[in-house]
Every structure is written in C-alpha cells, then in structure tokens.
Design a protein around this ligand. Structure first.
Ligand SMILES: [Zn+2]
Length: 289
C-alpha cells in the first residue's frame, strides 16, 4: 500500500450548483448514494441518447438538491475512496472560477479548472486572469452553457485557450439539461482540427456515442477522454483501439460516486501498467505534476 500504483487522480468533479444560479449549496447535508445507473454498472447506455429522457425523471424522484455539494463534501468523498487528487471544475455563469480557485487554495490535493461563459465578451481577459490566479485547465460545457461548437464565440474561446496553453475538459455526448444536441460527438471534428495544439479531454467518452468518440480519438492525437458513465465493454473497446495513454479516470461526482467507476476499471483493465496510466499517470503528466 501507499505505492505510486495506488494513487488516483479523479479528473472530473464538481462543487456548487452547475445548473442554475440558486441555490449555491444544499441546505441539507450531503448523503453519498449510488444512482440507478451505477447500480446497473452503466450498462443501459446501449439505449442510446433516448436514455436522456429517463434520466431527469429518475433524478427528480430523489432529492433535487442532493447534487449541490461543497468542498467539504468533496474532501470526505476523497477520504472514503482514497482519492489522491481531484480536478475541480468551475462552470460559468453558474459555478464561478474565482470561487473554485479559492476553494482549492492551500490544498495541493485539489486542482482548479476555470471556466468562462462562451458568450461573455470579456472571456479572453478572464481566462488569462484565472490562469494567473492558479487555474490549471479550462472546463467547457456546450450543453449547459448553450454554446454550439461551430459558434464564433466558441471558436474565440478556443483561440484564447490555445494561446494560454491550458488543457480543456469538454463535456461530450448528448446532455439532458440545456442544449442537448450541442454535445453531439459528431460535431467535434472541425473544432479539434482547427486547434491541433489544444489538449481536448472529452468527458464521458462521448457518453452514449462512445464508438464515435473512439473513432475520433483514432483520428486526432490531441484528444483524450475521461471514462465517467461508461460500462466495462466500452472501456475495453477504448483500450483496445486507443491504448491506455489517452484515457483518464474521472467520476463526474457528485452525479456519480467514484466507487462505481473505480470498480469497473479495476475489474476490466487487466494490465497493471494500463491501470496506473488511467488512474494516475496520464493525468499527472497532463497536469505537469
Ligand atoms: Zn462535468
């Protein structure tokens, strides 16, 4: 125990309310609970994008604010699941970059990623300022931020990102809340081709479009993926076709508990070196740790 082989970086966690301005944090104490999708090990992703119709209904049955969490809740989760470091994502205009940067201050197990609203006319200046204050990367969410990949404002955002040389975690795949189609994996190639020096980390391996996501990875070497929301079969396929060096462990907590993805990866990825790459090596290289 305690060797580098046991280290885990969770590349994809959130704090606050990523869907709306209010409330910022839940009034009720956070209770870690497995969601329906975790219980079936994400297997029903084969239903395709129609799955998104069921998801908001299922979630509304439970406590609506159970996904609004604080940095204290995150520290507890990291302790329980022995996670060495977490990458914490802002999501403007809802979760503010300066709040995330200050929440991660003085704790080197927390790595802040900033975000700008793609429609904000001051986004370039803000990105430079966030980097100066300690942001190690950028989060972009075309669905929640309602920004199509082909929009000029999105292209402007990536122009600045390429200049300041920060990696970007992009939501990918159809999404349930916001402009669903903006996450369509098939709309990514023109943007990726236009910015060959940007490291794109496509979240969720394209969600329900993992086959197309893997194909995208085969075409563009500057594309990496996090494996949140993915069942064992898709993870095996990704390793077979892309190798383990471009795949990162990410949970998408608090929407999913880290335990599910950790178990799936440990049970699916046989080679210890591949496991090390996915859980720690790739992220640590990308973040310059
Ligand atoms: Zn996210």
């Amino acid at each position: 125990m305690g060797t580098t082989m046991d280290k885990i970086i969770d590349f994809h966690v959130h704090i606050g309310n990523i869907f709306s301005h209010e409330p910022k944090y839940s009034a009720l104490p956070y209770k870690p609970e497995r969601n329906f999708y975790e219980l079936i090990k994400f297997r029903n992703v084969y239903l395709g994008k129609w799955n998104y119709l069921a998801k908001p209904i299922l979630e509304s049955i439970g406590r609506k604010d159970k996904y609004i969490v604080s940095i204290g809740d995150l520290r507890q989760i990291m302790n329980s699941y022995k996670i060495t470091k977490s990458v914490v994502h802002a999501l403007e205009p809802y979760v503010r970059s300066l709040d995330v940067i200050s929440a991660c201050k003085n704790d080197n197990s927390l790595i802040p990623f900033c975000s700008v609203d793609p429609h904000d006319p001051e986004k370039s200046e803000k990105l430079r300022m966030y980097k100066k204050r300690g942001a190690k990367g950028v989060k972009f969410h075309p669905v929640i931020q309602k920004a199509a990949l082909s929009e000029s404002t999105t292209v402007e955002l990536f122009e600045e990102v390429q200049k300041i040389k920060l990696p970007v975690l992009c939501h990918s795949g159809w999404g349930p809340i916001g402009e669903s189609a903006n996450g369509d994996i098939n709309s990514f190639p023109p943007l990726i081709e236009r910015f060959p020096r940007v490291k794109f980390i496509l979240a969720h391996l394209g969600m329900y479009q993992s086959k197309n996501a893997i194909r995208l990875g085969e075409s563009y070497p500057n594309v990496l993926f996090d494996l949140s929301w993915q069942p064992a079969g898709n993870i095996s396929r990704a390793i077979n076709q892309l190798g383990s060096k471009r795949l990162l462990f990410g949970s998408d907590w608090p929407f999913v508990l880290p335990s599910s993805s950790i178990e799936i990866i440990k049970n699916t990825v046989e080679d210890k070196k591949d496991q090390y790459n996915i859980f720690y090596g790739n992220s640590s290289r990308l973040l310059g740790l």
